[in-house]
Design a protein. Structure first.
Length: 201
């Protein structure tokens, strides 16, 4: 798998699954175009597993850290999305998505997978971009979103269990469509976990 570097990320990124195309954008952002029928979801209804979404992941150097990005998505088909991705194992992972809903609305969606996936819609967003943030503590993970990159709203708080070998990064998906391009800009990484997860500060 090819490795590459982004200025704001403190380790080399590696493709877990290759995208159709990708590029490092001006200013140090990342664009990812997924192919058709790509998703990361282990359906609790029938146990069907789709693990085809391309993801660029890195191993964080800190036990506690916060990663955020402005996520812009070229929405075309239902469930097209760009996502921040946290992976502790093949069946223990989570993603925070900016996703196109069945109602044709951009929505902040989170999925946490322990063997099988849950799926939770959090907020409708007017526009084609939103800020997403994952904060990892020594035992638990928090998801937040923001409309301006400064004021954060709580999405969820959870544990993936053992974090040995944890990786985090960026992904794109197009479960029902022909493909989807997501752009991650204004990427920020810092050591540490928010003091108050409910307020996001």
């Amino acid at each position: 798998m090819a490795q590459f570097h982004l200025p704001a990320v403190p380790a080399e990124l590696e493709w877990r699954l290759d995208p159709v195309e990708w590029a490092v954008e001006n200013g140090g952002g990342l664009s990812i175009r997924s192919g058709e029928r790509t998703d990361l979801f282990f359906d609790p209804k029938d146990c069907a597993k789709n693990d085809a979404a391309p993801a660029a992941l890195f191993t964080p150097p800190d036990r506690s850290f916060t990663l955020s990005a402005r996520v812009s998505v070229e929405f075309a088909s239902m469930f097209d999305a760009g996502a921040l991705h946290v992976r502790a194992g093949e069946d223990r992972w989570a993603k925070l998505c900016f996703e196109y809903s069945p109602q044709r609305e951009p929505v902040v969606v989170s999925v946490v997978n322990h063997g099988l996936s849950d799926d939770c819609n959090s907020a409708v967003v007017r526009g084609e971009s939103v800020y997403l943030r994952v904060s990892q503590g020594e035992a638990a993970t928090a998801f937040h979103y923001s409309l301006d990159g400064a004021h954060w709203s709580f999405v969820r708080f959870f544990s993936l269990g053992s974090l040995e070998g944890l990786r985090v990064g960026f992904s794109s998906q197009s479960p029902t469509g022909k493909g989807c391009r997501a752009v991650f800009s204004e990427i920020r990484y810092r050591p540490g976990f928010p003091a108050d997860i409910r307020s996001g500060e």
